[in-house]
Design a protein around this ligand. Structure first.
Ligand SMILES: NC(=O)c1ccc[n+]([C@@H]2O[C@H](COP(=O)([O-])OP(=O)(O)OC[C@H]3O[C@@H](n4cnc5c(N)ncnc54)[C@H](O)[C@@H]3O)[C@@H](O)[C@H]2O)c1
Length: 435
């Protein structure tokens, strides 16, 4: 099948490469010339495990092409995926301008009957707006489909190739048949394709992210309470997660959620609710709890180092908003670093994948280390912000030796409290006793 994917970011690139991998002819288009020039040479703009080999192989075998010429990308395709960004507008709602720009071009340049698929996360009613914009220009029949994406950065290829489910909101039989055909190779193990109306599909994506963000904020607040009352959130987490109604995933407390999705999707969902006269107070609480949580690491650094922080130096392990990605959008590390710099602390940071983005975002306000141990030199404390595998089991003797004083603030609860006590490390984590 001839497919166009418009927008070649974290989602579009994964979708395009995976659809090419199953035998489709896929053209990925983007307005970012540098990104496309790099992709033509197999230079990926993002870090995503397993994606580089997919791009390289499918490009070499001629199933995957990249262009900045949207006209040539759109001509002769049966399915067009819109995968551009939907950043928050000033009022918190999703800004649809990029989606609708693509919809206009889809209508203008189509040369045959086409399904226009919204892959970007968009509020209920967006597919109808897309349809209206396409209709103004279209000279051929077209159909719309809402196909929200549930991939997770860091495991995006695996998530797309083996999804828990595929959600398809369709406007009729043609879109249903074509889209079920596109996704058939990905659901061979019996995972469901959930066909539904378009509004429900659009809502499903926001409801999923709202629920996940709620679990995170809930556990973060429980952990903060554990800190105060002398309970250990590790036990509490296992205690509640063993209940089959609750389950174990997504119950780890941390430094607050970040990334390109939860912060903006929670905002957009609250806005959608308020536009429709629904309070959605739970999610307002989730959002403010998360804003507070992003400041918890700084409070712990202050408690650990005491007194004035001016002139102190702190090592930061992890800048990406989570492990497995180089994405730093709304990352908790940014909040921490800003607060440290405001207090006159110098910072040396390490991240296995995000240093490039960090240098663009933070510039020379901090120092960057090539290895995690190098970041510790001359530092008064180590703060672990991202749960990268390589931080999970470091050489603690070396950590102790390299730091000026053995102080660790662990935003991911990676280390065993008792072990830290035995090592003589002053250790502060989230919702567990200090050592
Ligand atoms: N990142 C995720 O983990 C994730 C997961 C599920 C859903 N989503 C949703 O998918 C959408 C895309 O997210 P992303 O993280 O891939 O964004 P991104 O910012 O990484 O990529 C968006 C791309 O679209 C391009 N673009 C913008 N306007 C364009 C236009 N008019 N024509 C062609 N290209 C254009 C940009 O240059 C950019 O490369 C968002 O709605 C997001 O909420 C993201």
């Amino acid at each position: 099948m001839n497919i166009a994917v418009i927008g070649t970011g974290y989602v579009g690139l994964v979708v395009g490469a995976c659809l090419a991998e199953t035998g489709n002819n896929v053209c990925c288009a983007d307005i970012d010339e540098e990104k496309i020039a790099g992709l033509k040479r197999n230079v990926l703009p993002i870090y995503e495990p397993g994606l580089d080999s997919l791009v390289e192989r499918n490009q070499r075998e001629g199933r995957l092409t990249f262009t900045t010429d949207l006209k040539s990308a759109i001509e002769d395709v049966e399915v067009l995926f819109i995968a551009v960004g939907t950043p928050p507008g000033e009022d918190g709602g999703a800004d649809l301008q990029y989606v609708l720009e693509v919809a206009k071009l889809a209508g203008r340049y189509m040369t045959r009957e086409m399904v226009v698929v919204t892959k970007s996360t968009v509020p209920v009613g967006s597919a109808a707006k897309v349809a209206a914009v396409v209709a103004k220009e279209a000279k051929f029949p077209f159909h719309v489909c809402s196909n929200p994406e549930f991939l997770k950065e860091g495991t995006a290829v695996e998530d797309f190739m083996r999804p828990d489910r595929v959600v398809l909101g369709v406007d009729g039989a043609h879109a249903r048949r074509v889209m079920a055909d596109v996704y058939a190779p990905f659901v061979r193990t019996g995972k469901p394709i959930l066909l539904m109306d378009i509004a429900s599909a659009e809502m499903t994506k926001y409801a999923a992210n709202g629920m996940l963000a709620t679990r995170i904020s809930f556990m973060n607040e429980i952990a903060n309470l554990c800190d105060k009352v002398g309970a250990n959130v590790d036990f509490v987490r296992k205690g509640i997660g063993s209940d089959s109604r609750i389950g174990q995933s997504f119950l780890f407390p941390g430094p607050g959620y970040g990334g390109s999705c939860f912060p903006k999707d929670v905002k957009a969902l609250v806005k959608m609710a308020s536009d429709n006269g629904v309070a959605l107070d739970v999610l307002k609480g989730v959002e403010s709890a998360n804003d507070r949580q992003k400041r918890v690491l700084m409070q712990k650094v202050k408690a650990a180092l005491g007194g004035s922080l001016k002139g102190k130096r702190v090592a930061v392990w992890g800048l990406a908003f989570k492990a497995g990605t180089d994405d730093m959008r709304y990352a908790p590390s940014l909040t921490l670093i800003d607060s440290l710099l405001d207090e006159g602390v110098s910072v040396c940071a390490h991240d296995p994948a995000a240093l490039g983005h960090a240098k663009t975002l933070i510039g020379n306000r901090i120092d960057y280390a090539e290895t995690n141990y190098e970041a510790l030199t001359g530092a008064d404390a180590l703060v672990v912000v991202t749960d990268w595998n390589e931080y999970r089991h470091p050489d603690f003797e070396r950590v102790k030796r390299t730091l000026k004083q053995p102080v660790i603030v662990d935003g991911r609860n990676l280390y065993d409290v008792e072990r830290m006590r035995e090592l003589g490390v002053r250790y502060f984590s989230i919702g567990r006793p200090a050592a």
